[in-house]
Design a protein around this ligand. Structure first.
Ligand SMILES: Nc1ncnc2c1ncn2[C@@H]1O[C@H](COP(=O)(O)OP(=O)(O)O)[C@@H](O)[C@H]1O
Ligand SMILES: [Mg+2]
Length: 636
């Protein structure tokens, strides 16, 4: 029996209107939402050329009968919302009935679907919004949505797309955001035949969080479980001191929907109060459940924003949740997401060993096997390195299994031959170390410091100058000095400083992708790094002039996040920008500097080509001249 109805105009007029298909990631979002709403237990997403050639989402959910397979393509055709009364308590992810017709109007679209009580499925084809036909189709129960050549008929929108790397990154982030709150559903993502991840469904989110963000991240997170005013808040928050330079890793969900809401961010900030420095953010993965009538999801067409009925009580509940979690964390010790430890006796499978050594690598069948752990190994701290032969390049793309709904379609329409010209291929940039941070700011005219008076808040050096009081931002000055040294050295040929002990850091996949792509730039600066699987990076050496005063496990994510945000804004990832990001993340705020240190800092700053500005363009020193001082004291 068909389930979809086209909603009456009166109802459709009350739905937040607007285009939702901005980029390939939005298509992925809508299709994954539909699969989840259809009760899928496993969702497989296949992407080619950052989604501009192919987006294929297959699920094992309810499927649709032949009538619905047609109706789902009608504007405002939905099985999720029929009356105005229901708008106030929507429990499905979708309800607008707009996604599929929008997608089908800007692509070559095929839906293949089968319900449990139908012996065969149906396949419907639409091209640029034009119905091409419907045929019976073989296939498993569930639905496969195939979107080819997105925006082929809207060149303006196609042109608007960012680089394939950026669009792929958006897709990956989108799938991660959808998969986190649905840990019971298996998610597989393949990008151009490479498996980005294959995360099975589980009864808790722990394994998925470890898989997506790495073990180090997981081990720094504390569990949250708090009930207040009809709200239940669960998830994980960072241990005090574990921070990032952007809000990017504060992932928040309301009724299992990824949401960006100021009220929640405020709650987090207040929960940590003075535990996080200004400009730093404590990572969090928070799942907030509340009655559907307390949250309006019909605000934004892409449903990224919501409106809470009681904004303040949401903030307050989040603050309390954070406070309680932090308090509990002080009372007990091991973090919640920690992996069960290595068994002490017996034969241990290779993947378990790799995992314990924080190596994220899936062994091939031929490499699998168990190893007898001798007492020596058992009692010693496990070495951070692993015999070399284990690391081989990623496996070649798998074939689709015949049972997979995508299989039939792949058979029917063989993918375009690989010889097709790669028009979207990205160039690997040349390394450029020419300094490009000579900002045109108003020149500093306060004169150079003559005598150091003291240090304020471990941050500002106070000095006497020829025209009054000079305040030097220690952090910014440091950054400028290090930055210029780093570039100067890199131009001569990078000097690397090997680490006494190579160190492993865990990185989110997106950071690893960036690191690998631009590895040659990092190497030119003096970094020596080695990927160890999907989320682990071995650091062997750092640039000689990079004086790192924070743990590498924070320096690398911060540096890569800054570069990621740069590339989003079309700022190139090149030598100078990498150096700038590295300097910023290496330096610790509020570092106590001895008086000789302050003097030396000023001396070096004076030798800089542009000592009055930090590499990010902020002043390194400001002058408060005698005029100003006298005015403030009413002497004039
Ligand atoms: N993967 C799927 N499995 C089963 N039914 C689906 C699937 N995708 C879409 N549908 C059906 O198509 C309808 C229209 O989908 P869509 O245009 O995304 O609108 P909405 O999700 O807002 O209802 C849905 O209401 C649902 O009945
Ligand atoms: Mg939908």
């Amino acid at each position: 029996m068909s389930k979809i109805k086209v909603m009456p105009e009166q109802l459709s007029n009350r739905i937040a209107a607007g285009e939702v298909i901005e980029r390939p990631a939005s298509v992925v979002k809508e299709l994954v939402e539909n699969a989840i709403d259809a009760g899928a237990k496993r969702i497989r997403i296949e992407i080619e050329r950052a989604g501009s050639r192919l987006i294929c989402v297959s699920d094992d959910g309810s499927g649709m009968d032949a009538d619905d397979a047609l109706l789902c393509l009608e504007p405002h055709g939905t099985s999720k919302l029929f009356t105005e009364k229901e708008i106030d308590h929507i429990t499905t992810l979708g309800f607008r009935g707009e996604a599929l017709p929008s997608i089908a109007s800007v692509s070559r679209f095929t839906v293949t679907t089968r319900t449990a009580d139908s012996p065969e499925g149906v396949s419907v084809k639409v091209e640029g919004g034009k119905f091409l036909g419907s045929t019976p189709a073989a296939g498993a129960i569930g639905t496969t949505m195939l979107v080819r050549d997105l925006f082929y008929n809207t060149p303006a929108r196609r042109k608007f797309l960012r680089s394939p790397a950026t669009e792929s990154h958006h897709i990956e982030e989108m799938v991660i955001a959808m998969a986190l709150p649905r840990w019971e559903v298996g998610f597989e993502l393949r990008l151009d035949g490479r498996q980005a991840f294959n995360s099975p469904g589980a009864s808790t989110p722990a394994a998925r969080i470890r898989e997506f963000f790495g073990k180090q991240f997981a081990e720094n997170m504390w569990p949250v479980d708090h009930v207040e005013n009809n709200m239940h808040i669960t998830g994980f928050i960072a241990a005090p001191g574990f921070t990032r330079n952007s809000r990017h890793e504060q992932r928040t969900f309301v009724n299992r929907r990824p949401i960006e809401a100021p009220a929640i961010y405020r709650g987090l900030k207040e929960g940590y109060a003075t535990l996080t420095d200004a400009g730093r953010y404590a990572p969090a993965i928070l799942f907030i459940e509340m009655p559907p009538e307390d949250v309006d999801v019909n605000v934004h067409p892409a449903k990224r924003e919501v409106r809470f009925k009681y904004d303040y009580s949401v903030s307050r509940a989040v603050t309390a949740a954070v406070n309680n979690a932090l308090k509990r964390s002080r009372e007990s010790s091991p973090a919640a997401l920690r992996e069960p430890s290595l068994p002490i006796t017996g034969r241990v499978p290779l993947d378990k060993i790799l995992d314990t050594m924080q190596v994220h690598y899936t062994p091939k069948d031929t490499e699998q096997g168990e190893f007898e752990l001798t007492p020596v190994i058992r009692n010693a701290t496990l070495p951070k390195t692993v015999p070399e032969p284990v690391f081989t390049p990623p496996e070649p793309p798998e074939e689709l299994p015949p049972g997979d709904p995508a299989y039939a379609i792949a058979q029917e329409e063989p993918p375009v031959a690989e010889t097709e010209p790669e028009t979207e291929k990205e160039e690997v940039p040349e390394v450029d170390f020419s300094e490009r941070f000579n900002f045109k700011a108003a020149p500093y005219t306060g004169g150079w410091p003559t005598e150091i008076l003291g240090i304020l808040d471990n941050t500002y050096i106070l000095a006497a100058g020829p025209q009054g009081l000079i305040m030097i931002d220690q952090h910014a000055a440091h950054e400028r000095i290090m930055f210029e040294k780093l570039l100067e050295q890199a131009q001569k040929g990078a000097a690397a400083q090997p680490l006494l002990l190579p160190q492993m850091v865990e990185l989110p996949r997106s950071h690893m992708g960036l690191m690998l792509k631009y590895r040659h730039i990092f190497e030119k600066l003096g970094f020596d790094v080695e990927p160890m699987g999907n989320t682990s990076l071995m650091i062997n050496a750092l640039p000689l002039d990079l004086k790192v005063s924070r743990p590498l496990s924070e320096v690398f994510p911060d540096m890569l996040q800054e570069l990621l945000e740069n590339s989003e804004n079309k700022i190139p990832v090149d030598g100078a920008y990498v150096a700038r990001a590295a300097c910023r993340s290496a330096i610790k705020a509020h570092e106590t500097l001895p008086p000789e240190g302050a003097a030396e800092l000023l001396r070096q700053l004076g030798e800089c080509q542009q000592g009055t500005l930090c590499p990010h363009g902020r002043p390194t020193l400001i002058n408060i001249n005698y005029n100003e001082i006298e005015k403030r004291f009413g002497r004039r």
